[in-house]
Design a protein around this ligand. Structure first.
Ligand SMILES: NC(=O)c1ccc[n+]([C@@H]2O[C@H](COP(=O)([O-])OP(=O)(O)OC[C@H]3O[C@@H](n4cnc5c(N)ncnc54)[C@H](OP(=O)(O)O)[C@@H]3O)[C@@H](O)[C@H]2O)c1
Length: 238
């Protein structure tokens, strides 16, 4: 058990998503943070993963807020992600691979979170526990891939896991008490998963997922940095 130091700021990026909204509500209820701020494409300032300038501006805004309120940034959770939209569905076969869909998946699921690491990891405090957690997906596990399909999403989440692992090595040198992790939230009832809901899958509500994720993040310490974990803290295969 390694609780967050009392006070400080929790930041949810992708705060309008199914899991992001629940993570924001639960952060408020935890009583461990002085404040919770949610950023999204609809917040002020807006944050769009496809535009690095908007990420940089949001990070500057948060940096100024931290100074003004003498707060430490104790938790950043990246709850953004892309699986499907009206123009593209997850591939069932290599015949459905489409360069634009795959590029968009990588832009949102890998490059965007990597740029978030670039602009927000420097804002973590040098002393005491602080967490940068990115929602990944178990289907990004290469070792656990026995079903195939979903090429773009699987490949993007596998690449995201490598970004998190790589950032953890640098973070350890710069802020040894901080940690960054890739987390599978479980199968959660949101717009992202709704078209693929199957009987037999254990589907959680966003509130159940958020409660489990926060409980796990509250237990972790720097020795877990760089890991790929499920919502309960179990280590997943790469
Ligand atoms: N639901 C599941 O069963 C499940 C399972 C495994 C992993 N995950 C992962 O959990 C995370 C959250 O998923 P969710 O189920 O909560 O999905 P969701 O409800 O669709 O939320 C995804 C969020 O990503 C945001 N987003 C997409 N493109 C963006 C961009 N260019 N810039 C900024 N934000 C952008 C969306 O923002 P807008 O609100 O602006 O559209 C949306 O709020 C994702 O990484 C997903 O891969 C989910």
């Amino acid at each position: 058990m390694s609780p967050f130091p009392q006070g400080g700021l929790a930041l949810i990026i992708g705060a309008q998503g199914g899991i992001g909204q629940a993570l924001t509500r639960h952060a408020d209820q935890l009583g461990q943070f002085t404040q919770t701020i949610g950023l999204s494409r609809h917040s002020n300032p807006p944050l769009d993963l496809l535009t690095e300038a908007s990420i940089a501006e949001a990070a500057t805004h948060i940096g100024q807020h931290l100074k003004q309120h003498e707060q430490a940034l104790r938790a950043v959770i990246v709850a953004t992600g892309f699986l499907h939209d009206p123009t593209g569905q997850p591939e069932k076969s290599w015949q459905q691979l489409n360069a634009a869909h795959m590029a968009h998946s990588f832009a949102v699921n890998v490059i965007g979170p990597a740029l978030l690491a670039k602009h927000f990891l420097p804002l973590l405090p040098s002393d005491g526990k602080a967490v940068f957690a990115v929602l990944s997906a178990k289907v990004g596990s290469i070792g656990d891939n026995h079903l195939g399909g979903w090429y773009s999403y699987r490949a993007a989440k596998a690449a995201l896991n490598q970004v998190v692992r790589t950032a953890s090595v640098e973070l350890k040198r710069k802020k040894p008490q901080a940690l960054c992790v890739a987390m599978h939230p479980g199968t959660v009832n949101t717009d992202l998963s709704a078209p693929f809901a199957k009987t037999g899958l254990q589907v959680q509500s966003p509130d159940e997922a958020a409660a489990a994720l926060w409980a796990t993040l509250g237990r972790l310490d720097a020795s877990s940095s760089g890991q790929f974990l499920n919502q309960h803290g179990d280590v997943l295969p790469w």
